[in-house]
Design a protein around this ligand. Structure first.
Ligand code: NAP
Length: 283
């Protein structure tokens, strides 16, 4: 029976550490890290996500700048706001909450965030730094998975790691981080031939597909570490991409949904915001 990797507990510990580090940073520098969120439109889910990020920031002593623009905001208004936030020394990190309304280009606008304030780690510069193995801000969810693997004591050196999903948000940066940790990485996607045959090779299997419980017990190598990134809403609650009940009989360690990867994302965002503030600290 697999051990359960308790993401909620790890995230709580990360947040407590960030809170202590924020206080130390404040004592040294007289500054507080600041997190600016930009929400365009009135999508209720996005409003809840932004509110959650700001609340979590406040709890660890990060200053909040919660910017909300109407659904009909012009591109130039968002560009001007981002320019102001890029220039504002009180703002260490900037998030453009996606998706944006249809008339705005999310890729273009997130790309305008100054790289050293890119706490979502999604700009082309941040992606490039990651690909080159150079220091930079890393996307929060893959960074959270790396932290969970470390907490679970998973040895990545030379391990076979399989990532299902190749999104810019998760799959690609996840693969890069695993590669940097010296895993042998395979990235699967919707055109992968015989997916179970590939996933059965994995010492570490990471599923980020967005399909309810697609990963079955016979896809998993006995003793493997299984990380479930998927969030799928069903009538009976939230499910991951992994058939948890069956897979936990085979795996060595596994993350639950909810309570696994999910809580790590905001924790790593807070950690990134502090890291960004440190990068911007005057020498
Ligand atoms: P995405 O952009 O929709 O990417 C899904 C990936 O899965 C794509 O690469 C797609 O392949 C692949 N895929 C789809 N069906 C497949 C199949 N039958 N077999 C193999 N591969 C398949 O999604 P995402 O943004 O990466 O997110 C993935 C999941 O993680 C979602 O459930 C999302 O809600 C969740 N998520 C959770 C968090 C968190 O904080 N916990 C953060 C981010 C994402 P193609 O590229 O060929 O289309």
């Amino acid at each position: 029976m697999a051990s359960i990797i308790d993401g909620k507990a790890v995230a709580t510990a990360v947040r407590a550490q960030v809170a202590r580090d924020v206080e130390a940073f404040h004592a040294e520098s007289g500054r507080r890290p600041g997190l600016a969120t930009v929400l365009v439109g009135d999508d209720p889910a996005s409003g809840i996500y932004v509110g959650g990020k700001q609340k979590a920031g406040k709890e660890v002593g990060i200053a909040g700048f919660d910017h909300r623009l109407g659904a009909d905001a012009a591109r130039d208004d968002v560009v001007a706001l981002l320019a102001d936030l890029n220039a504002d020394p009180a703002v260490s990190g900037i998030i453009v909450q996606l998706p944006l309304p249809g008339h705005l280009d999310g890729t273009e606008l997130t790309g305008l965030v100054r790289p050293d304030k890119d706490v979502d780690g999604l700009t082309p510069i941040s992606a490039g730094l990651l690909a080159l193995g150079r220091p930079g801000l890393r996307p929060c969810t893959p960074a959270g998975v790396m932290r969970l693997l470390a907490e679970a004591g998973t040895d990545l050196q030379g391990a076979e790691a399989v990532v299902i999903g190749r999104s810019n948000l998760f799959g690609k940066p996840m693969a890069q981080l695993l590669l940097q940790a010296n895993a042998t990485v395979t990235v699967c996607h919707s055109r992968t031939r015989d997916l179970p045959e590939v996933t059965r090779r994995a010492d570490v299997l990471i599923a980020a597909v967005g399909q309810d419980r697609i990963v079955k017990a016979d896809w998993v190598r006995p003793g493997a570490t299984v990380i479930d990134v998927g969030i799928n809403r069903a009538d009976d609650g939230l499910h991951g991409d992994v058939d948890f009940d069956a897979v936990q009989e085979v795996a060595g360690a596994i993350t639950p949904v909810p309570g696994g990867v999910g809580p790590m994302t905001i924790a790593m965002l807070l950690s990134n915001t502090l890291g960004a503030a440190r990068m911007q600290a005057p020498a």
